[in-house]
Design a protein around this ligand. Sequence first.
Ligand SMILES: [Zn+2]
Length: 417
Amino acid sequence: MPASKEPADIPLAPGDWDYIEEGTENVIISYHGSEPDLQGWVLRLTKCDASAEIDLESHEALLFRDKELQRKQDALEFAARVIGPIVGDKYVLPQRLAKTSAEFLIQVRENIESQRPRNRLSKSIDARQSASLLTKEMISRTPADSTQGAHAVTVELKPKCMALPRSKFLAPESSVKHRVCWYCRHQYTLHKDGNVSQFCPLELFSGDRKRIATALEHFAQSPHNNFVVFVDGRSVVDEEGKLSDKCVPHWSELRDAVAGIVQKESLFSRLQLIQRELDSFNIESVLPMYQHALETGALATEEPRIDAWLNAYSEFRRRLDSGSSDLSAVSDCQAVLELMLATTLRDVSALIKFDSWPARGATGTGTLEHSSYSIGIVDHDPKKVSNIPKYYRLDQNIVATYLQHNPDKAYQRPCRE
Ligand SMILES: [Zn+2]
């Protein structure tokens, strides 16, 4: 059942919250106070431009506050009614809204500033939000059972790509997309020196235990922000920026345990299946449909509300369940929203939390493969439709840069599903 959309009035003390991590849009803080209602939860606080001078009492700030609340209420419903049915309800972490005052937000902002990474400081916590999302905690500072100096370990996987596009609408010069996945092509845009990762996310979705374990080892060699291991609440890497035994206790056992979980949990195969089907049109044919829908007024310039997403998802589901591959009757708006759902799924992170992970040198660790864990996904808010032109430019740039480095088809390394 979806959580209540009305923000709960829970007393929040700034000193009870610790910095955990942040992405482009949100800062995550975790609770260590004594309020039972908050234990085991994290707060996701939205960010804004740090240099913006905001008058909290202005008319604009009030309007923004209402809109932001509506967006978060929609996100809550989106998670329960769109993401839940796609991946399975058990993989959507419990969420609820709590009221957050400007005083609380400003104080938290000050408290955590020194712990934030330098490259994230151009944005800071937005003091205008009147409510923030509380989510079940998956990255913990303390293990459930701390005997023998055990650790709290969480693995975050952000594969960014789940399938090769099967779209019939790709331009001939983009045919490489059918052979080399988005992630592997994108490496050449990210690493201009050609020092690209050996990791291919499709291996992670192969369902084959050995291929998954090899993929995780490749991933560990160049993890960046796509593969993070948190030990007692802090992300760790060794001095070469890799994941290894030097920074993670029992690293190879952890890698193998994660490989077993990825193979066993239906989350990954469901994500792959639906992401592939939702990407039927691909960004190349959606861009003109997006422009046409805006011109005719079929698509508003405002971002879609929850009803539009729910309708788009039911229509997609009906088509999928009927087994029809006829896309001729699909409207411009529908194609736009399906692509954005595919893009949203591509960007989710899977979090695997081990309740208690043994310390280095601990004895009796032979059964680590069957350690108890919980799993869920985060970062599943719907992507902004207005970003379609930006996504298109990025897509074209990635293809062009890849082909510059790999002009000869015979030498392109194909990705395997
Ligand atoms: Zn690949």
